[in-house]
Design a protein around this ligand. Structure first.
Ligand SMILES: [Zn+2]
Length: 248
């Protein structure tokens, strides 16, 4: 589905990173392969949160640098295929997202669906698997970096989300609790615990597949998107997260 001059399906930043932390960013990009013609969406729609997690890649990249951690990022929009959804999920290749119909995702044939899985989803997850396998005896603590919309259009006016940052996990709480304890020292912050989302088997494939199934310490970190506007905002959030990880 990709020409040789198009963006890579995934990128591995700082592959020699020495940190115990391994960073993943499923919704880093809003790119669409040329062959899919912007999925039939407008540039504005493709710039919106339905296509990616605005700001998340910048937070993840800043964290990779501050922690000296390896980071794996998906290179394409979640509307091409959502690398954080289980293959059985109806939202894997979303026909509608937050009330917006995605023209190129209507009534896909089995072949079209399989092409997207084979081209984007499988190589991304194989890359994460390979990086974890290579670490062998090293400790790996997985941090999954996302950003969330201040409110969802389809949830109506009362859906404003008060949390500046949200943390969640499945099973192993240690890393989430460490982050939570560190971040709560800043009294200005409203911190979500299992907010805005709980880790879910259908919607959080990456954490389930690569951390929970392997028994790795992990946390999902979601920063609210309006917190990530401006050049320095992502770096500031990365600093806060690193301070929380290092507090004791
Ligand atoms: Zn996300």
């Amino acid at each position: 589905m990709l020409r040789s001059d198009e963006t890579e399906v995934f990128s591995v930043i700082n592959p020699e990173g020495q940190s115990d932390y391994l960073l993943v960013c499923d919704h880093a990009s809003n790119k669409v392969p040329l062959i899919l013609n912007d999925l039939g969406l407008t540039p504005k729609q493709l710039h919106d949160h339905i296509a990616w997690d605005p700001g998340a890649a910048k937070v993840a990249e800043a964290l990779a640098q501050l922690l000296d951690a390896t980071l794996i990022m998906s290179g394409y929009s979640r509307l091409v295929i959502d690398c954080n959804r289980a293959l059985i999920s109806p939202q894997l290749i979303a026909p509608i997202s937050d009330g917006i119909k995605v023209p190129a995702n209507q009534n896909l044939t089995h072949k079209e669906r399989q092409q997207r899985i084979d081209t984007f989803f499988t190589p991304y997850h194989q890359a994460i698997n390979a990086v974890i396998d290579q670490r062998k005896d090293r400790v790996t603590k997985l941090l999954s970096i996302h950003s969330f919309s201040p409110a969802l259009a389809e949830s109506g006016k009362d859906s404003a989300r008060p949390w500046h940052i949200g943390l969640s996990f499945k099973g192993k709480a240690e890393l989430t609790d460490l982050l939570h304890a560190g971040l709560t020292q800043n009294k200005q912050l409203c911190i979500g615990y299992h907010q805005p989302y709980e880790v879910d088997e259908e919607f959080d494939f990456t954490l389930i597949e690569h951390a929970v199934k392997r028994g790795l310490d992990h946390a999902m970190i979601e920063v609210r998107q309006d917190q990530l506007v401006g050049e320095q905002a992502a770096k500031q959030w990365a600093h806060r997260i690193v301070s929380a990880l290092n507090h004791s």
